[in-house]
Design a binder for this molecule. Sequence first.
Ligand SMILES: Cc1cc2nc3c(=O)[nH]c(=O)nc-3n(C[C@H](O)[C@H](O)[C@H](O)COP(=O)(O)OP(=O)(O)OC[C@H]3O[C@@H](n4cnc5c(N)ncnc54)[C@H](O)[C@@H]3O)c2cc1C
Length: 481
Amino acid sequence: MPANTYDLLVIGSGPAGQRAAIQAAKLNKQVAMVERKAVIGGVCVNTGTIPSKTLREAVLYLSGYRMRDLYGASYTVKENITMDDLLFRTDHVIRHEIDVTRHQLLRNHVEVFSADAAFVDPHMVQLTEADGRGSRLVTANNVVIATGTEVTRDESIPFDGERICCSDDIVNLKRLPRSMTVVGAGVIGLEYASIFAALGVRVTVIDKRHRLLPFVDAEIIDTLAYHLRENRVTLRLGEEVSHMDLVSDTLGDHVRIHLVSGKQILTDTALYSVGRTGATSTLNVSAAGLTADDRGRLKVNEHFQTEVPHVYAVGDVIGFPSLASTSMEQGRLAACHALGVPATSVPSLFPYGIYSIPEISMVGRTEEELTEQGVPYEVGKAHYREIARGQIIGDTSGLLKLIFHLETHQLLGVHIIGEGASELVHIGQAVMAFGGGVEYFVNTVFNYPTLAECYKTAAFDGVNRLGLAPTDTLSVPGAAA
Ligand SMILES: Cc1cc2nc3c(=O)[nH]c(=O)nc-3n(C[C@H](O)[C@H](O)[C@H](O)COP(=O)(O)OP(=O)(O)OC[C@H]3O[C@@H](n4cnc5c(N)ncnc54)[C@H](O)[C@@H]3O)c2cc1C
């Protein structure tokens, strides 16, 4: 193979690109990866998933939030928490993740280029070094586009990265604001709203929609809204921002947000979080024979092939579900397909984790979806307060909800809000994947005391609601107790 020709060229070093590159390297192929940022890891490691989750952990620890049920609302581990306190931990984890990833790529002989990639033709890509020092051409038999997304910016908004910022700027905030207004109540907006509210920042959330996160179970959302309000978050739903100004007056520097309804909100910091656009604008995809949609996204088939069969696209650049978890799997499967290795498709059953405070996680269908689809179901619930572990860890407001088929008892959905939700959900996911029913939880012995016990309590609750003697359906003594 001539120099600078690869079996697989991966554009982008986020979770989707990494997994594609590593998978191809494991198949003993010549692999190159190109990343335009000075550091590898993508949005996931540098500005998105990892920083936001680490910031959340730092907030929960330093604010003593988890222990407030036990020791009172004023309990805190550290007084006067600063952004430096919070970002100390974030920086440490980011550095470690970058290091681990770089080492993994090196170990697997993936050639990493620090450059901006743009197609010259369907097999040839120009790599321009970040500081404009030079460029080179590389060719590849297969190309995986894993360029992710960029924050969608409204040109009329005077972003300054501190008072009016986007989620990418959070890791660079110099001081903790006294008040924050989050524009856009999507997952990212709500995660940051609840994180800052837990620190005592006065948070307002604005969204055009009348309901938070419509894809999440309504009861779980009611619980989230209750907690947000308990933490003094003001929810302004059904409201739209008309414009916002940076203001400096006798009160200091702040932002004035004007709503279409005529209301005005004065805030220390505005976090603009209304979505992300596929990072294809500089990729010259037309030279590869591709067209991105109006949100910069690329269309793929079930094997992640674009209209040009040897050019694949994976991760956030192809849109839904836009999660690090699914992006990794897409990258791996695309590499397998490109290199002729049989692979399954991404499982349709995957969990969502929403790292608000409290945490939410779900797998399967919601009550609303099942009702719409005319599927008869029953629900079983367990509140953390009923479970010894809930009392021990001081989370007495968590809720785990099972949804199962009325006749077959097959598990159809698991919805959790509370400590450990994003870990607990995998028990339900496994049972669902194997077509299991609510009986599984009734018949299983869980460690005690654990939050996992919620599954058993919820299963009994559900069975009791069916009004059947346990032997009719479950052959488990005590099921209807
Ligand atoms: C605040 C926030 C929190 C999140 N939390 C979660 C979470 O808790 N769980 C979860 O599963 N997901 C979460 N996500 C989503 C997750 O980060 C993304 O799904 C994931 O990063 C997508 O991976 P990717 O590889 O497709 O793209 P990215 O991680 O965006 O990586 C793409 C890379 O491609 C590079 N690139 C782009 N264009 C070019 C070019 N022309 N040449 C060279 N390189 C290029 C970019 O610089 C970037 O490094 C979060 C996102 C955000 C913003």
